[in-house]
Write a protein that binds this ligand. Structure first.
Ligand code: S3P
Length: 212
């Protein structure tokens, strides 16, 4: 697992760091103090582990966990596949932008976003203002292996889901790369990814002035 931390704008150079394993109250305190009232926002492809990692991360930091797709479903009173089927993707995307803008007002928290959310410039800007973004990066084969277990993703209902994932990766990875922190997580338990995120957040706030 590798961790890449991008600097805040005008900040110090990016660092690549080995993952350390010790958790600890001091590390959590330093992260919480750096975060202030902002949110840790997980971005990345479908099946990259945003929801599972986000939930665990929230527990470790003592922060509420919020899942954007779930909140969109509550707001629409429909599941994500139903919204796609009955209202279309464009409608889903505008609901997604609105819901995420609202969720970003309520920090501190950990927020998992749907795979397409960070592609909207407006949403990226709002996340940059109100959060620290963490991209959970994985390759197509890993994502496909994980995504196969569930059939609730409308964009993957194609004849060649792995090919679809590859196309989305080509489009999205250059944009996801704008995230403040990149965690490469090919496989293994979610606990290891959470550990890497905590280490990266700690290093990020150590380099960035509080509240930046
Ligand atoms: C999507 C990802 C899904 C969900 C919707 C569209 C995407 O969320 O928002 O099916 O465009 O990648 P997950 O990333 O949580 O699967």
């Amino acid at each position: 697992m590798t961790t890449l931390i991008s600097p805040p704008v005008d900040g110090p150079a990016p660092v690549t760091g080995a993952v350390e394993t010790e958790a600890g109250p001091q590390r959590a305190e330093a992260i919480l103090s750096g975060l202030g009232d902002r949110l840790v926002v997980l971005v990345g492809m479908m099946a990259s582990g945003k929801t599972s990692v986000g939930r665990l991360l929230g527990q470790k930091l003592g922060l509420p966990f919020v899942d954007a797709d779930h909140e969109i479903e509550v707001a629409a009173n429909m599941s994500v596949p139903e919204i796609f089927a009955h209202r279309g993707e464009a409608n889903f995307r505008s609901g997604e932008r609105r819901v995420i803008a609202r969720l970003l007002q309520a920090g501190p928290a950990v927020l998992a976003t749907g795979g397409g959310a960070f592609m909207a410039e407006e949403t990226r800007r709002a996340i940059a203002e109100r959060g620290v973004s963490v991209w959970l990066k994985a390759d197509a084969a890993t994502l496909h292996r994980r995504a196969r277990r569930r059939s609730n993703r409308p964009l993957l209902q194609t004849d060649d889901p792995e090919g679809t994932i590859r196309k989305l990766i080509d489009l999205r990875y250059p944009v996801y790369a704008e995230a403040n922190i990149v965690i490469e997580s090919e496989d293994g338990p979610h606990e290891a990814t959470v550990e890497a995120v905590l280490t990266a957040l700690h290093a990020y706030f150590a380099k960035a002035p509080a509240g930046s």
